[in-house]
Design a binder for this molecule. Sequence first.
Ligand SMILES: Nc1ncnc2c1ncn2[C@@H]1O[C@H](COP(=O)(O)OP(=O)(O)OP(=O)(O)O)[C@@H](O)[C@H]1O
Ligand SMILES: [Mg+2]
Length: 380
Amino acid sequence: MTSSSPDVNVLLVDDLQENLVALEALIRQPGRRIFTARAGEQALSLMLEHPFALAILDVQMPSMSGFELAELMRGTERTRSIPIVFVSAGGRELNYAFRGYEAGAVDFLYKPLDPHAVRSKVNVFVDLFRQRQELQEAKAQLQRAVSMRDDFMSMIAHELRNPLNSVYLQAQLRRRMLAAPRPPDTQTMQSMVERDERQIRSMVRLLDDMLDVTRARTGKLAIVPAPYDLAASTTAVVDAIQEQARTSGVTLTLAAPPKLPMVGDEFRIEQVITNLLTNALRYGQRKPVAVTVGVRESESEAFVSVRDQGMGIQPEDQERIFEQFERTEGSAQIAGLGLGLYIARQIAQAHHGRLEVRSAPGDGAEFILSLPLPAPDAPT
Ligand SMILES: Nc1ncnc2c1ncn2[C@@H]1O[C@H](COP(=O)(O)OP(=O)(O)OP(=O)(O)O)[C@@H](O)[C@H]1O
Ligand SMILES: [Mg+2]
C-alpha cells in the first residue's frame, strides 16, 4: 500500500535561503516532496494549494513571525490540522515558546539544529500522516462496500418482488378456479403453468447471477475445461432463444462453420452467448440480430459476434457497462440488474479470452467474444 502511495508533502518556512537549503538537505528522502517558502504569505498560499504532513516554521521572520503564521493557520479549516514544528533559538525565545504553545504548536526544534533530532521528528510526523491517510482510505473503501451491499440487497428485493407477487396471484387464481363448479380446461391450465415456469426461471436466473457475481468477486468462478464444439454450442443457444425472438418479432440469424472444436467450459461459454443474445433482444429495438461464429487464424482465436441494430452505446459508457450494476441511461425503462456483462467478461477472461464491444450510438452494438484456439495437439 505504502509503495504505491503518492509523495508526502513537507513545508519549510524560513526567511533565510541558506537555512532552507540546509534543512531541505537534512530531510530530503524519496517519497517526500519538500516545499519551501521565504515568508508567511507565500507559505499560506502553498498550504491552501497542497496537503501537508508537516510545516516547519522558523520563529523569527521579519514580516510575519512563525507564531503569527501559526495563528493564521489555526484560523482556517484547511490549514488548521497541519502539525507544526517551530524552529527557535531556544532559551532566548522562551516567552515566544509559550505563545507558540497557545497557538497550538505541536513541537519545537532548537538552534543549532541537531540533524538526528530533526530527521526523527520529521519521520514521526510523516509516518503519522501516512497512517492517517491509509486509515481514511480503508474507511472510505468500507463505506463504499457497505453502501454497495445495501444497494445490492434493495435491488434484489425489488427484482424478486414482482415475479414472486405474480406467481402468488396466479396461485390464488388457481385456488378459485378449482373451487368453481366447472374445473378449468387443460389448455388454460397448460398456458398458466408455462407462465409460472417462465417467472420461476427468471427468478432462478437472477439468483444464479448473484451467486456468479459473488464467485467472480472472490475468484471462485469455476471453469471446468473440456473439449467442445463452439459452432454447435452457439447454434444450440440461438435455437433456444429463437422462439422468444419470434414472439417479439425479431429476425435472428446465425452464420457459423459446420464445426469449431475448442477446449473450455461449454456451459459457461453458452452462458456468455445467452447473455449477449438476451441483451440484443432487450436493447435491440426489435431490429434484426445477427450472430457470427468464426476463426481469426492470424490471432489464433475463435470468435462469436452478436450484432444488433438497436439504441447503441455512447463511447463514455462502453467500458462502464462491464462493471457490476452499471447500466446506461437509455435502458432505464427496461428491466435488468446490470450483472450480465460483468459475469460474461469474467467468464471470457477465465478462458484467457476477451469480451469487447463496438458501437456507435443509434447504430446498434456488436459484442465480440474472442477465445484462444486450442493448441493443435490438444485432445479433441
Ligand atoms: N446490445 C446492447 N445495446 C445497447 N445497450 C446495451 C446492449 N447490451 C448491454 N447494453 C447496456 O449495458 C448495460 C449492462 O448490460 P448487462 O447485460 O450487464 O445488464 P442488464 O442487461 O441491464 O441486466 P442483466 O443483469 O439482467 O443482464 C445494459 O443495462 C444496457 O444499458
Ligand atoms: Mg443483460
